[in-house]
Design a protein around this ligand. Sequence first.
Ligand code: GUN
Ligand code: ZN
Length: 431
Amino acid sequence: MPDLLLGQTLTFTDDPFLSGPDAAQHERNGAVLIDGGRIQAVGPADVLRAQHPQATIHNYGSALISPGFIDAHAHYPQTGIIASWGKRLIDWLDTYTFPEESRFGDPAHAARAAETCLDLMLAQGTTTVCSFCTIHPESVDALFSAAQARGMRVLGGKTCMDRNAPDTLRDTAQAAYDQSKALLNRWHGVDRLSYVITPRFAPTSTPDQLAALGALWAEHPSVLMQTHLSEQHEEIAWVGDLFPQARDYLDVYESFGLLGRKALFGHAIHLTARERARLREVGAALVHCPTSNAFIGSGLFDMAGLKAEGQRVALATDIGGGSSFSMLRTMAAAYEIGQLGGTALHPAQLWWLATAGSAQALGLGDTIGTLRPGIEADLAIINLASTPAIAQRAARADNFWEALFPTLMMGDDRAITATWVAGKPTRPSLL
Ligand code: GUN
Ligand code: ZN
């Protein structure tokens, strides 16, 4: 039996950074028809109601039916240390992150963290996350099992490190290769899950380990590879010391076979002109993590400049360097960072980044992230008047974008009326 969801609808036919706000399609009295876990039709409510009288109606009134949010870079094992005070990247990793990640060899701890993280994300309207795990294969099993139990499309991989990390968090070049390969074979393409080859970042891998993961990627060129690039100046200087022969940070990855169109580089803030040109040439994706970049004090991502030169960009929370599970809050932070850089990003651009843009960066643009027949039915239903402060501002709006922007800037999980995953409404327990 099909379901027919009624409300305002918002989706994109193109990238609004290229085509402007007209790339967005908004329907005030819209409808989305779902059957078999996929979107079957999108259009005016009266038309779809007349065409599908047998469908079960879910009338969301004036709420917005959006593609579910897509968080293109997060660390689910850092759920428990989100909002830890007072450090910058390297100290933050040593003080908070590594001790917590050391606990993920315990499958029960890993399962609890994965379940908590995914439930928090669902409560925020996020239906897909691309997550780092820890060095422990158990941490990958925990993430994918929790995603499977929720029917979610989730991507992730074992975070490989064989130097500059505590004993409890180091593997070897061979173990990174063997375990990543075994996990890839176990999970990639099972249900809605995708394995991602995951060297943490250049400083925590020896040349041998980077080469081993480059070789694994060459054997499996259809999978994604995720890592970090040029987040803080101290980190970049450290990479220069560790890899003196490299032209720059990106060159380290390239020299070990870790650069390609299916590469995802988290942060990518302090890039040289050569790195930008090379990233553009290859078509790798850059992942903007605005709450994290502010929280850890990393710097201002050049969204306007990077998009104008044709880079592929996604948006992400970077939990737990990021300070919020909410992609609404993440869009707000991206807006604020844009303002600090001199550009007011349009709400259409921000919403695109959190949905279709991130889907495209993950190679899933024909699978999730838009409202279109054949796309998987992962949806966020958003109340555009969820708090008194938002409601009184939205009530004065002259157009749809003005009505949406207060929720984008001030909204949180109270704005998420429902989250649909693979054609089913979910109400995750947060206990
Ligand atoms: N660089 C290497 N590892 C990490 C991490 O866990 N979080 C962030 N924000 N940056 C990193
Ligand atoms: Zn990260």
